[in-house]
Design a protein around this ligand. Sequence first.
Ligand code: SAH
Ligand code: F3S
Length: 453
Amino acid sequence: MLKNFYIINYGCQMNIYDNEIIISILTKNKYNYVKDIFKADIILINTCSIREKAEITVINKLIYLNSLKKKKKIFIGIIGCMARRIQKFIKIKKRIIDFIVGPDNYRELPNIIKSIEDNRYFINILLSNEETYSNIFPSKIYNINKVTSYVTISRGCDNMCTFCVVPFTRGRERSKSPNVIIKECERLYNYGYKEITLLGQNVDSYLWTPETHIKKNIKDKKKAIDFSNLLEIIAKKFNNIRFRFSTSNPHDMSIRVLKVIKKYNNICKYIHLPVQSGSNRILKLMNRKYSRLEYINLIDNIKNIIPECAISYDIITGFCTETEKDHIDTLNLMKYVKYDFGYMFMYSHREGTYSYNKLKDNVPLIIKKRRLNEIIKLQRKHSYNKLKKYINTVQNVLIEGDSKKDNNYWYGRNSQNTLIVFKKNNESIGEYVNVKILKNTSATLIGEREKKY
Ligand code: SAH
Ligand code: F3S
């Protein structure tokens, strides 16, 4: 019988959370999770489709694993966002892949693995309107970090941004019951975790009623529990845990949420607020459902209500038809907001999306790259200036582990999600300490334990 399974992970925090769900499901069914690929009978590759590069990485890995397969009997399963797309690249009949399972069908994995033992191929990529994995507790043996963890609060996305494959790979938006979320947080608290990030493609769009958790079916939205209610419930209930959340969509983020963030010390003062572009014309083409002005108003509200809040973004450069003027609008927006940090990507034309079907990927690569570099350069300057302001302040840091560069130093984060390193004394992982900031780079603060006189 096949026994040992190993997981290769690509993609976002949601995939990491899903790996913990998969480990729970399979270990309950007598499979054994191994951390050494050479001990595995079954290799699961949890995939990402968001950009072409992510898919190419998976294909290259498959080519490598196929060479392993010639030496040893192993079975390979593709899971996650590429499940619906992988057969465009590799035919399952060639037996490089033995099974394919989409993000809503992990409960089926034990049966599927049994059927491949009988030498059958297996594909299960149907999307579900219901699945939230609500009675499965994610296993805690996957993540080596015992300080910070994730709880998924919703799955799927109904937003249909024209460039994005997520609505096609992960299906309709569903929210998890507040009681299940509370139970998961409780469990993490009992394990000793100190920080939880609430996950969803679009957390601000969370909406739950006892009758239905499928957003589009909720009739009376006023009676439902929304994200601000959920955040308040858990912040109150777990005042020893600090909470983060990701991702916020500017279209759905409410003033009520900002007020809850302000009200509770244990909700981190950090908002990831992807803008994608600073140009009204491009925002419209992207179907982002907010204008540049509405985005700026939201930023102003954040700055007024939570002045200490750090803000980051996602920006896509070179979206279909993007002109130099559109690009300058984006740079100017960055100059207005002065983000703490950000994630920037070159536009990748994804088959199946609206922009793929209806628009032309007509910005030459060389221009996409140049625009990307201008954004990176501007961000570096903003980040450096932002971090410089922390010098001589005292920051409360949750210690997450050894600094990667020097294990005489700890690394951790403050509420604003800034990386802080400082020399070890007698502290331990998972402890909160006050650190006086002495220096900065554009990505890190360097400090020392605050001296008590
Ligand atoms: N739910 C999240 C987005 C998930 S995808 C949100 O609403 O922000 C993460 C980021 O990948 C997006 O914010 C976007 O900036 C980027 N992205 C998505 N599709 C892309 C594409 N086709 N090309 C380049 N970047 C893309
Ligand atoms: Fe994608 Fe837009 Fe949803 S970026 S995940 S369709 S909010």
